[in-house]
Write a protein that binds this ligand. Structure first.
Ligand SMILES: Nc1ncnc2c1ncn2[C@@H]1O[C@H](COP(=O)(O)OP(=O)(O)OP(=O)(O)O)[C@@H](O)[C@H]1O
Length: 282
C-alpha cells in the first residue's frame, strides 16, 4: 500500500542557520497512529509542521496524498492535515463555540449545507450541544482543547496532528484524549501525536518515532522502542512507570514489554501470583 504521507530525505534549516531536522525518511499509512517522541529541541514540531505546509523542506520532498507539499498551498494541505496546537488559545479566537466549530470549514469555502452537517457531526462526537453559545475563553483548558479538536474534526482532514494533547490536562482530561485518539482512528483518520506522555503512548500501544538532535533514531512499535535501552538513553527518555516496574520483575516472558497495568494483571493471572519474584532489574 502506498503511504499517505511520504517524507523523503528531508532536512530543514531555519533562516538563522539551525538545522532542525536532518535527512528524515518516514512513511505513514492509512489507519496509523504514530507518536513522535524526543527531548526538547529534537525537531519533532519542525518535522510535523511540514505535513500541512507550515514549513517547507529545505532539502528533500514530502508527499501528502497526491500533493507535493513544496508546490501546494497551505489551505489545500490543511484540508487534509489538521493541526491541533499544544495551546488551544493559539487556535480558538471566535466568540462562540458554534462559530469556532464552523471556522475551518468556512475558511475552506465549503457550502453552507455541508458545513452544517459537518459541524453537527463534531457537536455529536464531542457532546458539545450544551456549550454552543459559550465563549471558548470561558471554558476550562481541557474543554477549550476539545473545542479546538472538534473544529479540526469538522473539517475532517485525513490526518489529525495533535501537539502535546495531554499537556496541562488533569487525569480526566488525559483519559478523554486517549478516548479521542481512539475515536479518530475508528473514524478512519491517521493520527500523528507529538508527546512526552509515555503513559499515553503505552495505552495507545502504537508506532513510535524517536527524534534526537534533529535525526530520527528509532521507528518501531512502542514495545520495541521502550525496551531498547540504548535508544531510550540516547534520547533521554524513560519508559512508562509500569514498564519500568515490569522490568524489575523476574517473569516468564522476558521477551515481552509491558505497556499498561492491564497487561501486567493479565500476565499475573496467567502465571499465578506466587511465580512473581522481584529481581535486580533488566
Ligand atoms: N522558527 C525557528 N527559527 C529558528 N530555529 C528554530 C525555530 N523553531 C525551532 N527552532 C530550533 O529548531 C530546533 C528544533 O526545534 P523543534 O521545536 O522542532 O523541537 P521539538 O522537539 O518540537 O522541541 P519541544 O519539545 O521543545 O517543542 C531547536 O534547536 C529550536 O531552537
Amino acid at each position: 500500500m502506498e503511504p499517505y504521507i511520504s517524507v523523503k530525505n528531508v532536512s530543514h534549516k531555519y533562516p538563522n542557520g539551525v538545522t532542525a531536522i536532518k535527512d528524515i525518511n518516514l512513511d505513514i499509512h492509512e489507519g496509523e497512529v504514530v507518536a513522535i517522541l524526543g527531548s526538547n529541541g529534537s525537531g519533532k514540531t519542525t518535522l510535523v509542521k511540514h505535513f500541512n505546509g507550515l514549513l517547507k523542506p529545505t532539502k528533500g520532498e514530502i508527499t501528502v496524498g497526491t500533493m507535493n507539499t513544496k508546490k501546494e498551498r497551505i489551505s489545500k494541505l490543511s484540508s487534509q492535515v489538521g493541526y491541533v496546537f499544544q495551546n488551544p488559545n493559539h487556535q480558538t479566537f471566535l466568540p462562540s463555540v458554534r462559530q469556532e466549530l464552523a471556522y475551518g470549514c468556512k475558511n475552506l469555502k465549503m457550502v453552507d449545507e455541508d458545513i452544517e452537517t459537518r459541524v453537527q457531526k463534531a457537536i455529536d462526537l464531542f457532546q458539545l450541544e450544551d456549550r454552543l453559545d459559550d465563549n471558548p475563553f470561558d471554558l476550562n483548558s481541557s474543554q477549550r482543547k476539545e473545542v479546538a479538536m472538534a473544529s479540526i474534526m469538522a473539517v475532517s482532514p485525513k490526518v489529525i496532528v495533535l501537539d502535546e494533547p495531554t499537556t496541562g490536562q488533569d487525569h480526566k482530561g488525559c483519559k478523554r484524549v486517549l478516548e479521542l485518539v481512539r475515536m479518530f482512528k475508528r473514524e478512519g483518520h491517521i493520527v500523528v501525536l507529538i508527546t512526552h506522555d509515555m503513559h499515553l503512548i503505552g495505552e495507545l500501544n502504537c508506532r513510535t518515532v524517536v527524534m534526537n538532535q534533529s535525526e530520527k533514531i528509532a521507528d518501531d512499535h512502542a514495545s520495541v522502542v521502550f525496551s531498547n535501552k540504548g535508544i531510550m538513553e540516547e534520547a533521554g527518555l524513560q519508559p512508562p512507570q509500569i514498564t519500568q516496574f515490569a522490568n524489575q520483575i523476574t517473569r516468564f516472558d522476558e521477551t515481552k514489554t509491558y505497556l499498561t497495568v492491564e497487561s501486567i494483571i493479565e500476565w499475573m493471572k496467567a502465571n499465578k501470583e506466587e511465580d512473581v519474584k522481584v529481581g535486580t532489574g533488566s
